[in-house]
Design a protein around this ligand. Structure first.
Ligand code: PMP
Length: 294
């Protein structure tokens, strides 16, 4: 059976799920999105993703035509319709169709698209061996130009950096901000471990505030590990004992080299391994019990 896609409140086979060529999501990357995981048939950290989606939309003055509880219910509906046990949901809101011009007043009907499918970002062995990463020359969008906190449909900044990583044979590319500090990787947040302390760049380093990042910070603190949100430079990564990346698709993935320098002994470290295990445990539990249900 064909995958069912939710579009503007209806479930349709994916071949029939379409948007206008005049949609500003297509013409200008004008829209917002979320990527969400499904584990054991349950949508993981749905509340957090829905919150971020509405925040991104607010920042670009895009009014999502359904309210948050209804959207959350639609996400669950499409997951169920596709009988997904472990999978990935892509929630997209476009500005809607308009004319050939930027003016949002001439657009109407933002499109609400929910795709439920599967995803494998990295092969299973990479979680054992770790990722090799290079620094991209493309810097992360300046927050004064387009805040990286907005998860917008315009991902060219990240794509250009990702191309550099791929060309270099690396699994990910590190992006610096305009101050030369570490921001994040093209689709993942970054953490370093040194002398038992975990550090990660703060949101004002110009990063997407990852849902997985926040979950991992909480897990680490619950395990009694100090976590600091503090500016980092590449030197902090070169001299780290351990390094790992977090993201919805990537989960917690060890990073063992940057720009040809081995991190620690070049294998995934114990804190990284423990956090990956406790993150996977959290996915099996379906999140924290204190999370509000949607
Ligand atoms: N940074 C960027 C640029 C991303 O696109 C993503 C999501 N793929 C992340 C970080 C990780 O965010 P999350 O944990 O919410 O998936």
């Amino acid at each position: 059976m064909s995958i069912q896609v939710h579009i503007n409140g209806s479930l349709v086979p994916k071949e029939q799920a379409m948007v206008s060529v005049y949609d500003h999501g297509l013409l200008y990357g004008d829209g917002v999105f979320e990527g969400i995981r499904v584990y054991g048939g349950k949508v993981f950290l749905l509340e957090e993703h829905i919150d971020r989606l509405y925040e991104s939309a607010r920042a670009i003055r895009l009014e999502i035509p359904v309210d948050a509880p209804k959207l959350a219910a639609q996400v669950k509906e499409v997951v169920e319709a596709n009988g997904l046990d472990d999978g990935y949901v892509r929630l997209v809101i476009t500005r809607g169709a308009g004319y050939l011009g930027l003016d949002i007043r001439k657009t109407s009907h933002p499109q609400v698209i929910i795709i439920a499918d599967t995803i494998t970002l990295y092969p299973a062995e990479t979680y054992e061996t770790g990722l090799l990463v290079v620094t991209a020359s493309t810097i992360r969008n300046h927050p004064g130009a387009l805040s990286p906190r907005i998860k917008s449909l315009n991902y060219l900044n990240n794509i250009l950096a990702k191309i550099e990583g791929t060309d270099a044979g690396a699994g990910e590319a590190l992006m610096l901000n305009a101050r030369g500090e570490v921001a994040e990787c093209t689709g993942d947040n970054i953490f370093v471990v040194r002398n038992g302390i975990i550090r990660t760049p703060p949101t004002d380093a110009g990063i997407l505030e990852g849902v997985t990042r926040n979950a991992v910070i909480r897990l680490a603190r619950e395990a009694g590990i100090t976590v600091e949100e503090t500016p980092l430079v590449r030197h902090d990564i070169y001299i780290a004992d351990e390094c790992f990346l977090t993201g919805t698709a990537a989960e917690v993935i060890p990073m063992v080299s940057l720009d040809g320098r081995l991190i620690g002994d070049g294998t995934p470290g114990p804190i990284t391994r423990d956090l990956l295990a406790s993150f996977r445990e959290l996915t099996r539990r379906g999140g924290w019990e204190d999370a509000e249900s949607t």
